[in-house]
Write a protein that binds this ligand. Structure first.
Ligand code: UN1
Length: 509
């Protein structure tokens, strides 16, 4: 008996879910086929934008900006509040599309939509808290303060693996900051994008606002490139590979635009001798095998003390041997499919490279369910024991590959954690407070996310999300990440009736 859904089945479910979110599928009908990683079947046939249509889209967004920037921020927040309500109402529909197009297991797909609802809540509160500082002026009768103004059009380029949440981090914050958004989603997840945008469009229409506050341009890399190069885009927020970021960053910098880059990760967990190994194992397996290893926060390396490295490896391997791999929408599945054939090839090639570098596959690595659907790529997550730090561990392979390395001293563990070019997320499992503090200190992990006794993935929206080095340096989501979406004006106001100059300068005429 087949365990993967029939081709027609998924298409019907995708259509239903998209329509329930308010997508007029006939309006977008076209030639470009979208396939589900679940069974390789076609689930959408949509029209893509031409790259030269992007200019007009950005022009419309700029026109919307002219009005939106003057709407009081708390009123802007009311739009995001309504969007959050609609997301709550359609949580299951949107999650269905996330599963069908990105292959996420139901719980994680629902979690992704919850992340959208959470960022809406955060942004609504933020709409009354776009605080600037006041500073003490060195001159009598002067006031010094900073005010934050809307920045302009925000371009969002997002990846398949968080097909809606990452856009919503940007969009909820951009909207309360007074910025319209133009979104180029992954070509792998167009229905997710249309559905999320349709819900926002409903909120926009209900409040009598301009539809151009949120626009989606479906298309391939050329469409993304046109958006990146457009001088009308004030902030370009891009999530994807380091290679993509290398192309985007200079183009935006050359036109003096702002960019916010969320690029590759290569995240490690240090497992100290005092660690609670049952807890550490759960943390490792969720972060390394969850989402089939396709999060930017996925744990790709375990650095375990030599006294426990065998036990840690065996515990993780035992869990891996029993992981339910299969249809992400069927109950109990924990590991869904890889995105496509290319991801599978990268998985196989990385395992071969690790073996050539002396690595030993301890568990996993096999393809599964190949006889059920040729065009679907399921794998058993793999644990590879590495003899030492090696170049093969420096690249991010977007698949569930976990390398395990031993360490002797805690200083060495930190060094290994920091030895890769990327700097997104990291964690330490320890009961030793000094180790935990050291890992979080300036001499510790060099990543943007540094966790203690939890895995590397699954961050909450309340913190700023992003990382250093080849991860790109951007920060999205919570904390004060909103500042990237606004421009700062420093105001000096003189009410003294005199004109004293700063720094004691005299210039009498
Ligand atoms: C990503 O993989 O691009 O921390 C984002 C996490 C999620 C976000 C991941 N909240 O794993």
């Amino acid at each position: 008996m087949a365990t993967l859904p029939a081709a027609e089945d998924l298409k019907v479910r995708a259509d239903q879910a998209a329509r329930a979110c308010g997508v007029d599928l006939t309006a977008y009908r076209g030639e470009k086929e979208g396939r589900s990683p679940i069974n390789g079947a076609v689930v959408s046939t949509l029209a893509w934008s031409e790259p030269d249509a992007v200019g007009e889209t950005v022009r419309r967004a700029r026109a919307a900006f002219a009005t939106w920037r003057s709407v009081p921020a708390p009123v802007r927040g009311a739009l995001v509040k309504r969007f959050g309500e609609l997301l709550t109402e359609h949580k299951a529909d949107l999650a269905t599309l996330v599963s069908i197009e990105a292959g996420k297991v139901t719980s994680e797909a629902l979690g992704e939509v919850q992340e959208m609802i959470d960022i809406c809540d955060f942004a609504v509160g933020l709409s009354r808290q776009l605080y600037g500082r006041t500073m003490a002026s060195e001159r009598p009768g002067h006031r010094l303060m900073e005010t934050w103004h809307p920045l302009g059009v925000v371009g969002v380029v997002s990846a398949f693996n968080f097909p809606v949440a990452v856009w919503s981090w940007n969009t909820a914050i951009a909207l309360v900051c007074g910025d319209p958004v133009v979104w180029k989603p992954s070509e792998k997840t167009p229905l997710c994008a249309l559905a999320a945008d349709a819900l926002l469009q409903r909120a926009i229409a209900e409040q009598g606002l301009s539809a151009d506050l949120s626009q989606v341009v479906l298309g391939g890399p050329e469409v993304g490139e046109a958006l990146v190069a457009d001088r009308g885009v004030a902030l370009l927020s891009a999530t994807g590979s380091t290679r993509m970021g290398r192309a985007v960053g200079p183009v935006v910098a050359d036109r003096f635009g702002r960019s916010l880059l969320e690029l590759g990760g290569n995240n490690a967990a240090v497992i100290a001798p005092s660690a609670d190994l049952a807890l550490a194992t759960r943390g490792i397996v969720f972060s390394a095998a969850g989402t089939a290893g396709q999060r930017c926060t996925t744990m790709r390396r375990v650095i375990a003390h030599s006294s426990i490295v065998d036990e840690v490896t065996e515990r993780v391997a035992a869990a891996y041997r029993n992981l339910p791999v299969g249809d992400p929408m069927s109950e109990g599945t924990l590991v869904g499919p890889l995105l496509d054939e290319r991801s599978y090839e990268a998985f196989v090639a990385a395992i071969e490279a690790a073996k050539a570098a002396g690595g030993e596959v301890v568990a996993g690595g096999e393809r599964e369910l190949a006889d059920e659907a040729e065009g679907a790529y399921y794998v058993r997550p793999v644990v590879i024991r590495m003899p030492e730090q090696s170049e093969v561990m420096h690249t991010e392979t977007f698949a569930p590959i976990l390398y395990v390395l031993p360490y002797e001293s805690f200083a060495e563990a930190i060094e290994l954690n920091n030895a890769v070019p990327q700097g997104l997320s990291s964690s330490v499992f320890t009961q030793d407070q000094a180790e935990a503090e050291l890992f979080c200190s300036a001499e510790g992990s060099d990543c943007g996310i540094v966790n203690v006794n939890i895995g590397t993935s699954g961050a909450e929206i309340g913190g700023a999300f992003g990382g250093e080095k080849e991860t790109g340096g951007g920060r999205e989501s919570g904390s004060d990440a909103w500042r990237a979406y606004m421009r700062r004006a420093t105001n000096t106001i003189n009410y003294s009736g005199e004109l004293p100059l700063a720094q004691g300068v005299t210039f009498d005429i």
